[in-house]
Design a protein around this ligand. Structure first.
Ligand code: SAH
Ligand code: SF4
Ligand code: F3S
Length: 474
């Protein structure tokens, strides 16, 4: 699949030539143009926004957090749940005012919502101030699309659904200096019955290992210390590549790169995660002791209707195996409450699974009907207030478990990577444990980018608080 889906080098070069042309236009302006990028959704979208930023920087744009100052506004959207979409529509609606204040402003709407035909129609009809709309699979053609938006009169829509491809060699302008996203694959072929991602992100396709290794080496050379390998289902990495490889061996190969850094990844799908992966994690000293392994539901009938491909027993067995191989493994998960037809007894199976699994943290979502997915056709008679009440019970259970897990850190000294500034004066920097738990740290900003020991003093359900045990110059 690899060769078939890779964009030919001459087409990438063509985009680079267009970037050069836009740069010349930018340089000829009396003032440097500004771009504002607003990103919704998952890490894949954040990574895409880094590419947009990279391309915009090469086209001479500076960045602003002020929508009124911006010459181009790019809204990179998420379609995973209705409330995410509503937020986007609210914010896009408000841009009528910025555009009125600055009529030359270009408003671009991209990301997963731009690949949903009904949304495209809605934007076409009712959001006439949007100048450019393009789906995630044509992100690599952004220079050409921007060039057209700058030079043509009409609105531009490049939203046709396609299978998607792999574009190598485009610049990325990463947000931080410590943590980096590294996409290893795109798309999803799992078709969980509730989920929109396979429709908006196209077919599952893996990058060549050499391209990933070269990018990882580059990141490490640039001083990044925390690398998260991204994919909707990283465990099926390698399917379709000419070279026979898999995710476990990719971890082992990245682990061989010299330097002090951590390898993280997300997301793992339980049906494909297993012994080989856990063993590779256990044997690769740079692999973080964390796995995000969404279980979605604790009842087998619901798991079947969700098309997840495992039973609750199989899920629990996997995490037992994982903990046997990696005793201090941090396990986090996702769960959906209120899937169509889920009964009280079936919901209680979810509570039971959470009780048994003892996750360090869990993201709980209320089911959101996604038009066009198979689950949208199912009858859903459970009233909203019952779903909300179940949601609250589940949250309370997990909060108690997280509290208990976090309390065990108190008084201990743990090795953390200081990864950024915070807004809280008492805890000027943020750090992560090897297992990925957030630590609000009292310590100097000079520690950012370093692994230090931190003494944990207190905690809440979501994070830990601590004191750095190393001085600024230590
Ligand atoms: N590929 C990842 C998940 C990506 S979406 C995986 O399979 O694990 C992130 C989370 O959003 C999912 O794990 C799921 O819990 C939630 N989600 C996806 N579709 C949803 C929907 N229609 N309603 C509510 N939550 C949903
Ligand atoms: Fe959606 Fe399932 Fe694919 Fe995850 S694995 S992106 S939940 S279809
Ligand atoms: Fe949202 Fe698209 Fe990610 S739908 S969760 S931004 S893949």
């Amino acid at each position: 699949m690899g060769e078939r889906t890779e964009i030919p080098a001459n087409e990438i070069d063509n985009q680079k030539n267009i970037m050069q042309r836009v740069l010349e236009v930018s340089l000829a302006r009396p003032e440097q143009p500004f771009a504002y990028i607003d990103t919704y959704g998952c890490q894949q979208n954040e990574s895409d926004s880094e590419k947009l930023r990279g391309m915009l920087a090469e086209m001479g744009y500076a960045f602003t957090a002020d929508e009124f100052q911006a010459d181009i506004i790019v809204i990179n959207t998420c379609a995973i749940r209705e409330n995410a979409e509503n937020r986007v529509f609210g914010n896009i609606g408000a841009l009528v005012h910025t555009k009125k204040a600055k009529p030359s402003q270009i408003i671009a709407f991209c990301g997963c919502m731009a690949a949903v035909p009904e949304t495209v129609e809605k934007v076409r009809q009712s959001y006439k101030h949007v100048d450019l709309m393009f789906s995630p699979n044509v992100l690599w053609r952004f220079p050409e699309l921007l060039h057209r938006a700058l030079n043509e009169r009409g609105r531009i829509f490049e939203t046709a659904a396609n299978e998607g491809a792999i574009a190598e060699g485009l610049p990325a302008h990463r947000d931080g200096t410590v943590k980096a996203w590294l996409p290893i694959m795109y798309g999803c072929d799992n078709y969980c019955s509730y989920c929109i991602v396979p429709y908006v992100r196209g077919r599952e396709r893996s990058r060549e290992p050499e391209a990933i290794l070269a990018e990882a080496q580059g990141l490490i050379n640039d001083g990044f210390k925390d690398i998260t390998l991204l994919g909707q289902n990283v465990n099926s990495y390698g399917t379709g590549l000419s070279e026979k490889t898999n995710f476990a061996s990719l971890i082992r190969r990245i682990n061989e790169i010299e330097g002090e850094f951590l390898i993280r990844f997300m997301t793992s799908h339980p049906k494909d995660a297993g012994f080989e992966l856990f063993k590779a994690m256990a044997e690769s000293e740079k692999a973080a002791h964390h796995i995000h392994l969404p279980f979605q539901a604790g009842n087998d009938r619901i798991l079947g209707l969700m098309n997840r491909g495992y039973t609750h027993e199989q899920y629990l067995e996997k995490i037992i195996t994982a903990r046997e191989l990696i005793p201090d493994l941090v396990i986090t998960s996702d769960v959906i409450v209120g899937f169509p037809g889920e009964t009280e007894a079936e919901f209680e199976d979810t509570l039971k699974l959470v009780e048994k699994a003892q996750f360090d943290a869990m993201f709980t979502f209320l089911y959101s009907k996604r038009p066009g997915t198979p689950a949208a056709e199912l009858e859903d008679k459970t009233p909203r207030n019952i779903k909300q009440e179940r949601f609250d019970r589940l949250l309370a259970l997990q909060n108690a478990i997280s509290d208990e897990k976090h309390t065990k850190y108190i008084g201990k000294s743990v090795r953390v990577l200081v990864d950024g500034q915070s807004h809280d004066e008492r805890y000027p920097v943020n750090a992560r444990t090897n297992g990925g738990r957030l630590v609000h740290l009292s310590g100097a900003e000079a520690l950012i980018g370093r692994f230090v020991n931190a003494k944990i003093t207190h905690c809440n359900s979501w994070s830990l608080f601590g004191v750095s045990q190393e001085g600024e110059n230590a």
